[in-house]
Design a protein around this ligand. Structure first.
Ligand code: PHE
Length: 344
């Protein structure tokens, strides 16, 4: 019996198979009902009792070895057959997976929000489909203001007093914040906004804003100016200057347009700043008493400031991309340029 076992071991060692069929045949030869290993197991019954222990162990080992060998051969022919079938070398290294990166608009929006977070502002968000009340009426827009016309705003439903529309600015989120939050309020409202504009290098019907609102007792225009100056220096560099030009918004009084000194020519005048040395970045002002009143805040006790900027505009200035449309076309060659700026 010892010899017979050794013989089977030798056969197993020399066993080679090229196809799955050959492996199956070998399995039957060794482990099938009439296989050589099975036959030895049967002979075991007539082994002398004092040898049973020794041979029992040996036979078990043989059976395990045969089973392992068959499995190994199965795996081997499996890979080889698949390779033949597909004609490909499956041992070649795979293609590296291309990782995405953050969109430049996301990067800049996050940067703006992070700066204001450092100043102690919270982040507030609200619906993109809004009603007339939160986009216009509560913000002191007169009934015939052009922004309320079909040519300027996308309406979702018309014909009633408070029609649904796509918000034209995130000031609507500021209204919602004033309605529900306790004073003092300090928030920034990032989000997507919609205006019925012809698409060009400088305008798009969809873009992103970050607007801000601060309401407390004794908030003054000096506080507004300081907040904007600190923001501009964080965003565009420590030597950045700002200037404010008088402007008009229905929801702020007084209102201003903010310019920063051109960080490309350092104020000398170049084609980005059109020779003026200044770049416009946002609108701002002191919250109109009518707006505070509409949201139930007493303008005799509280005052506040608000500001709003376009994220694409800031991104254009930061990276000197002169065509707004690049930000919406998702051309991989353009997006890839920002892959290294993605640690945020
Ligand atoms: N809501 C204005 C806009 O969309 C921006 C703005 C916000 C201006 C707050 C002044 C104060 O253009």
């Amino acid at each position: 019996m010892k010899q017979a076992i050794e013989q089977v071991y030798r056969e197993l060692e020399q066993l080679k198979c090229k196809t799955a069929k050959e492996v199956e045949e070998a399995r039957i030869r060794f482990l099938g009902k009439k296989g050589s290993v099975t036959a030895l197991m049967e002979q075991f019954r007539s082994v002398a009792p004092e040898l049973k222990r020794e041979f029992g162990q040996k036979l078990n080992e043989l059976k395990n070895a045969a089973t392992a060998k068959i499995e190994e051969l199965k795996d081997g022919v499996g890979a080889a057959e698949m390779q033949q079938a597909s004609g490909e070398d499956l041992t070649m290294p795979g293609d590296a997976m291309q990782l995405g990166s953050r969109h430049p608009v996301s990067i800049v929006r996050q940067e703006i929000v992070d700066i204001f977070r450092k100043f102690g502002y919270d982040v507030a968000e609200g619906p993109e489909i809004e009603d007339d009340y939160h986009v216009f009426e509560a913000l002191n827009f007169p009934p015939n203001h052009p922004a309320r016309e079909m040519q300027d705003t996308f309406f979702v439903s018309t014909g009633h007093v408070n029609p649904l529309l796509l918000r034209t600015h995130t000031s609507s989120v500021q209204v919602r914040t004033m309605e529900k939050e306790k004073l003092p309020i300090r928030v920034v409202c990032p989000g997507r906004v919609f205006r019925n504009e012809a698409i060009s290098a400088r305008a798009h019907c969809i873009f992103h804003q970050v607007e801000g609102l601060y309401i407390d007792k004794n908030v003054t225009f000096a506080d507004l100016k300081q907040a904007i100056l600190l923001f501009a220096r964080e965003m565009f560099g420590a030597d950045t200057q700002i200037r404010m030009r008088p402007s008009y918004f229905p929801f702020t009084e007084p209102s201003a347009e903010v310019d920063v000194s051109c960080n490309i020519c350092k104020g000398k005048g170049c084609n980005i700043c059109k020779g003026t040395g200044w770049l416009e970045i946002m609108g701002c002002g002191m919250v109109d008493p009518n707006v505070l009143r509409a949201s139930g805040i007493d303008p005799d006790v509280y005052s506040g400031f608000a500001f709003g900027m376009g994220v694409e505009r800031i991104a254009m200035l930061k990276w000197q991309v002169n065509d707004l449309r690049h930000y919406f076309e998702n051309d991989m060659r353009f997006l890839h340029e920002f892959a290294t700026a993605t640690e945020v």
